[in-house]
Design a binder for this molecule. Structure first.
Ligand code: HEM
Length: 187
């Protein structure tokens, strides 16, 4: 009998008929969104396909790329973890960046992300209300480069949308070629 082995740091976001999160809305932002489904499950990826659905997106947790020691310490001091009982709302925002972005050197990307766009500084303002987790998908043959995941209480949902709006006006977002919005509530 074969048993399933978990793939390190890798997670499947499975949209389908069952799941721990109920999808309330899927909307396109840049390019096409994925199809609407009633629920979403986030499960560790195994080498043995157990869960299937209408669609699946895969991502991996990874090391930091652009965060300085000082920024990391500042975030660690205030950020909240996932799974807070009061954080009954969530957002999944898959994002793809252009070839132009990926052709840049590390220091050029950091300059756009931080110096020109203030991504972390803008985001810090919304901690600890919004909890976050970043998944990387670019190197595993996925349609998106990142799956970004956020959890928050209903009283922070307007602030969350404000944050998304602010980031989308930054220089960094000029390099985004595909992005769509999923909003969810705990099932
Ligand atoms: C990356 C902070 C909200 C999309 C990052 C990184 C930090 C950060 C520190 C860099 C990680 C690294 O060093 O590799 C925050 C904070 C937020 C926030 C504090 C407040 C809740 C958002 C939102 C979105 C988003 C709302 C999407 C609309 C991304 C993406 C990356 C990223 C796509 C990867 C960028 C890349 O590697 O090119 N974020 N973020 N973030 N964030 Fe945010």
């Amino acid at each position: 009998l074969q048993s399933a082995n978990q793939l390190k740091n890798t997670f499947d976001f499975v949209a389908g008929e069952t799941g721990t999160w109920k999808i309330t809305k899927i909307s396109p932002f840049i390019g096409e969104a994925m199809a609407l489904a009633p629920f979403l499950n986030i499960v560790p990826t195994t080498d043995f396909n157990t869960i299937s659905g209408k669609w699946t997106l895969r991502g991996q947790t990874s090391n930091l790329r652009y965060t300085t020691q000082e920024e990391k310490a500042a975030m660690d001091a205030v950020q909240a973890g996932l799974g807070r009982p009061e954080a009954t709302m969530a957002a999944l925002i898959p994002i793809k960046k252009s070839d132009e972005w990926w052709m840049l050197a590390q220091d050029q990307r950091r300059a756009i992300f931080a110096d020109k766009s203030d991504h972390t500084k803008v985001g810090m303002h919304y901690l600890p209300g919004v909890a976050r987790k970043l998944y990387h998908s670019r190197d595993i043959g996925e349609p998106f480069d990142f799956l970004t995941w956020f959890e928050y209480a209903p009283q922070h949902s307007d602030e969350f949308e404000e944050l998304v709006g602010k980031l989308r006006k930054t220089e960094e977002w000029k390099y985004v070629t595909r992005e769509f919005d999923i909003r969810l509530v705990r099932a």
